[in-house]
Design a protein around this ligand. Structure first.
Ligand SMILES: [Fe+2]
Ligand SMILES: [Fe+2]
Length: 195
């Protein structure tokens, strides 16, 4: 990979809370990759680039959209909101034409969920790299204060990630959260199926 362009950092810095969230997601993802014993190399770098830039599409949002809870987002803005994985990948490619395609695809998929439950394309199987970034994204977001709510507990954040992430990924994110965010280790407890 070539040098990380300054324009990318500037884009992430000037949207409310976006730099902090991007860095939190990156740090959690890096520790989760360590927990999963993913060695240094192109695949690891692509996942980390995607973790840092996953919400780049939000850099184009009007500022008031950052301070609204989901239920208060006006209907007209939902299209914009749901497009941010695709617009973010396009923006990264525009700013940095050498950005690896696999990193761009992870960005496009970071709100996709297994079984077609996510957006924007409703993919059946988003794939492990995208689900790892998604799990780190969800945990980082829930552990951050937002204008419309205080940060949530680590337990709640990990439970949310465990709803869609494969078990090994969820466990690695739990271990990573213990290391990066200073919470106790222990991974994610999964409820045993009844009967
Ligand atoms: Fe996002
Ligand atoms: Fe995010």
């Amino acid at each position: 990979m070539t040098d990380f362009p300054d324009a990318l950092v500037l884009k992430l810095c000037f949207a409310p809370g976006l730099w902090e969230h991007s860095v939190n997601t990156f740090l959690l993802c890096r520790a989760a990759l360590d927990a999963l014993r993913v060695p240094d190399g192109p695949a690891r770098k692509e996942i980390l680039l995607a973790a840092l830039c996953h919400d780049l599409g939000k850099a184009e949002w009007p500022e008031p959209l950052f301070s609204l809870p989901r239920h208060a987002i006006p209907e007209a803005d939902w299209t914009l909101m749901k497009a941010h994985p695709l617009t973010g990948a396009d923006l990264l490619k525009e700013i940095w034409p050498e950005a690896p395609e696999r990193a761009l695809e992870i960005i496009r998929r970071h709100h996709e969920r297994p079984g077609g439950a996510g957006y924007p394309r409703g993919l059946e199987d988003p794939g492990l790299p995208a689900l790892l970034v998604a799990a780190c994204d969800v945990c980082a977001a829930m552990l951050e204060d937002r204008p419309y709510r205080p940060k949530l507990t680590l337990e709640a954040a990990l439970a949310e990630a465990a709803r869609f992430a494969p078990e090994a990924v969820a466990r690695a994110v739990g271990e990573a959260a213990g290391k990066v965010l200073g919470f106790p280790k222990g991974g994610i407890e999964r409820a045993q199926p009844a009967g």
